[in-house]
Design a protein around this ligand. Structure first.
Ligand code: CTP
Length: 415
């Protein structure tokens, strides 16, 4: 912890990390202690607080703590401490520990916009990023006073998600996975289309979590609201037909396919050339069905299983008989029993292994940072309560990895 007003939010981070079963040692700078006192950190973490290099000089606590760490997280990180980290300074318990640590380091900056945008801070952040430090935020929003801008600490939940992701087992190493994300757009004329509100954030989170857990990932991206996560092969598509072709090209040798994309069920039969003019009156737009990509994968897999030893030819749009298939079901259905029943019907009708179902009737899911879903498979339904889309993606991959790795849950890494 470093000395920023956002230190109070770090209390929540510590509490949630402990709830997630991690052991936490807090190393506050002297400035951090001006905001939140040592007794609070000690009570929240349940561990001795590493406040100085001098409190236990014989034990060289910072070196011992550093050797034990699975991950180090600096939240909030001031411009001053980011500068000290970039320069390798080690003049207090926090920076001494960070310099001795070999674990992944996550930094959640919090400062005024001018300090974040200063060339010195930009340089320091770039240097740390080159060394593999992962940055979470800062976000844009209300700062300490009445001012607002970029520099606000990431939400505790995002920080916790990043920490959990860093300590999770890399149980997808050697796996090849395909994820579709976003919403397709079906052109009416050269400027207009029929689309949907999907931002692609849940699918992108599935792709990013799979990469972090060691998988080789192909992301088929349909009109994403945000840039795709780094380190992933991305195939950009626009329409349902583009998406179907891209899936056919990439699904065949995948261990798992997650169809998070909101694919149009219908497209205009013809695309008017140029721009339809209202002077010509209201245009009749005839809609025809698109291919149900997920159902086609389900059918292809059933066929592979029926013809046990057949290997599908490359680029055939078929999947191997062991490929794990995940579909999404966005339903206007606030009643859990009815939502689960709809998801179970889709599980059977599309011939897939898992349906991730969510209720969209409140109108808050599309574009949101968080999601509340049910994971429905042949064995039943599990609720994943409201949390970041990244943590929802972790829960989905827990389920997929458990099934691909022989049915038993992977033991979590001790922290
Ligand atoms: N899906 C697909 N191809 C389509 C439509 C949907 O692959 N043409 C996939 C989606 O990616 C999602 C799943 O099917 O994983 C469920 O989509 P959804 O629209 O909820 O279901 P539909 O089959 O379209 O049923 P309905 O619209 O009647 O609810």
């Amino acid at each position: 912890m470093t000395g920023g007003i956002a230190a109070y939010k770090a209390c929540e981070v510590v509490r949630r990390l402990r709830e997630a079963g991690l052991r936490v040692t807090v190393a506050p700078t002297a400035a951090a202690l001006q905001f939140v006192g040592e007794p609070t950190w000690a009570a929240l973490s349940g561990e001795p607080v590493l406040a100085s290099l001098w409190q236990d000089p014989h034990d060289v606590s910072h070196v011992q703590v550093a050797a034990d760490l699975s991950v180090a997280v600096v939240a909030p990180a001031t411009a001053h401490t980011i500068a000290r980290m970039a320069s390798g300074l080690a003049d207090d318990g926090l920076t001494g520990t960070l310099l001795a640590a070999t674990c992944p380091v996550i930094v959640a900056p919090a400062m005024h916009t001018q300090m974040w945008e200063h060339p010195a801070t930009r340089d320091n952040v770039a240097r740390l990023a080159r060394r593999g430090v992962q940055f979470i935020g800062p976000q844009t929003g209300r700062l300490t006073g009445a001012d607002s801008g970029v520099g606000r600490l990431a939400e505790p939940e995002q920080i916790v998600a990043a920490v959990l992701a860093a300590v999770r087992p890399r149980d997808l190493i050697g796996r090849r996975v395909l994820v579709t994300a976003g919403g397709t757009r079906e052109p009416i004329d050269d400027v207009r289309f029929i689309g949907n509100h999907s931002s692609g954030r849940q699918g992108a989170a599935c792709a990013e979590v799979a990469r972090r857990r060691g998988a080789e990932v192909v992301l088929i991206a349909a009109n994403l609201a945000d840039p795709p996560p780094p380190g992933i092969a991305v195939v950009d598509v626009r329409t349902a037909a583009d998406l179907a072709r891209a899936v056919a090209d990439h699904a065949q040798d995948c261990d798992a396919v997650i169809m998070a994309a909101a694919v149009a069920d219908f497209r205009p039969r013809t695309i008017a050339s140029g721009k339809l003019s209202k002077s010509s009156g209201s245009p009749p737009v005839e809609l025809v069905p698109t291919e149900d990509v997920l159902a086609a994968l389900g059918r292809s897999r059933t066929e592979q299983r029926r013809r046990a030893d057949a290997v599908p030819p490359a680029g055939s749009g078929q999947v191997a008989r062991a490929t794990y298939l995940v579909g999404f079901a966005a339903e206007s259905q606030p009643e859990p029993a009815a939502l689960i029943a709809r998801a179970r019907a889709k599980l059977l009708s599309k011939g897939v292994d898992l349906i991730v179902a969510n209720d969209i009737s409140g109108g808050v899911v599309f574009g949101a940072e968080r999601n509340h879903v049910w994971l429905v498979d042949a064995s039943g339904a599990v609720e994943v309560t409201l949390r970041s889309k990244s943590l929802v993606a972790e829960a989905i991959w827990d389920k997929v990895a458990q099934s691909m790795n022989g049915g038993s849950p992977q033991p979590s890494e001790a922290v």
